[in-house]
Design a binder for this molecule. Sequence first.
Ligand SMILES: Cc1cc2nc3c(=O)[nH]c(=O)nc-3n(C[C@H](O)[C@H](O)[C@H](O)COP(=O)(O)OP(=O)(O)OC[C@H]3O[C@@H](n4cnc5c(N)ncnc54)[C@H](O)[C@@H]3O)c2cc1C
Length: 391
Amino acid sequence: MDYQVSIVGGGVSGALAALFLGKARVKTCLVDRGKPSEKLSNPFEGKTTSLNLSSIESLKQAGIWKTIEKNSKEFDEIFVWDAEGSSSIHFNASEISRNSLGAIVHNNIILDAIFNELEKIPDIKLIEDAKLKEIIQGRNEIKLITESGHSISSELLIGADGSLSKTRDLSNIPIRTWSYEQLAIVTSVTTENPLNRTAFQIFTDTGPIALLPLSTGKNQASLIWSTDEPYGNKILELENDLLMKELRLKTENKFGAISLNEEIKSFPLHQLHAKSFYKSRTILVGDSAHTIHPLAGQGLNLGISDVKEISELIIAANRRGKALYDEDMLKSYSKKREPESFKMIALMEAFKRGFGSDSLWAKFGRNFAFDFANNTKHLKQRLIKEAAGII
Ligand SMILES: Cc1cc2nc3c(=O)[nH]c(=O)nc-3n(C[C@H](O)[C@H](O)[C@H](O)COP(=O)(O)OP(=O)(O)OC[C@H]3O[C@@H](n4cnc5c(N)ncnc54)[C@H](O)[C@@H]3O)c2cc1C
């Protein structure tokens, strides 16, 4: 047997799993089809994540939070409003006796911090430019074959290769998936009025808009604009300044003039979850197990919780000298993690249906729900704790 654990996928989920396991001296091999360890000339580009307090705690435990923190923007308020109604909800960290609700950070900053740390760990082997091609299930091991000709055997395989996971397909784990019929328009912008330490979410008639404060410069914000497909395709054809004017209109001029900082990226949004989070010697974490709407800003937070859970189970089994392929251990992982992701998927569906409807009843219903939640102390505290990932 070459390794105790092999991991396919060096995104945040897979690389963080390698870091936890490597630090605990579990012999691990991390395989990626690209070169995730390569240093980027500008890591402040691309996807951003709103890390919740639970994820920040995990990154502290992994010993990398101090590096990430320098390049992140803490927020202590979340302000959600319904552009179609008159209601809003306002969460403040002080309502749950905390100083912050989370931090916004570029995914590349997290990856950089993880790979810098992985380099120092002798029990980790990193194989890049190696796309998974085949999985062979043996009696006592599982073997990966890559298109680049590597053959890697281990006791347990972790699939962390994202939404279109080949590990999941080759392991014959069925999925449920459907399209949200929306596009995500993602970029970074500068607003005339400051966001300060507030994360904004605005529900509009064509989909939700998130504006999240960034650490990169004065009034800079990450924009995640989820739009219904026909409207999204139409506005993507606009000149940049007209697109920003449309954004100003949709956000009811709350942020004043808005200008673009970087190239716009857009992609279709879909929901996906694996019907089981494990099969035989394969276990799934992160987006390979569940891909959810970015509206809640919880996809990677769920992935980090998966990684923490499975790493703790593997490390404990290894310390006790037990086999890492243990049906009870895998069952215990899925029993804990599957309900968490289903809860989030159900919540996203409820939002999609509640806010995707033009009916007067739906508008009345969400105004009532917002006002009720905003004025009911215990419910509000629960919602804040959910958002911060501390429930
Ligand atoms: C617009 C948008 C905004 C978001 N905002 C947030 C947010 O605020 N908070 C939050 O928690 N989440 C957010 N998410 C979700 C989050 O980005 C994802 O959940 C997260 O990036 C998934 O990480 P991962 O490591 O599981 O998968 P990925 O990042 O997809 O990584 C998969 C890795 O596997 C590798 N790979 C794939 N196939 C193979 C193969 N065949 N062989 C070898 N390697 C392979 C890839 O190269 C890649 O490195 C957002 C998502 C979107 C779309």
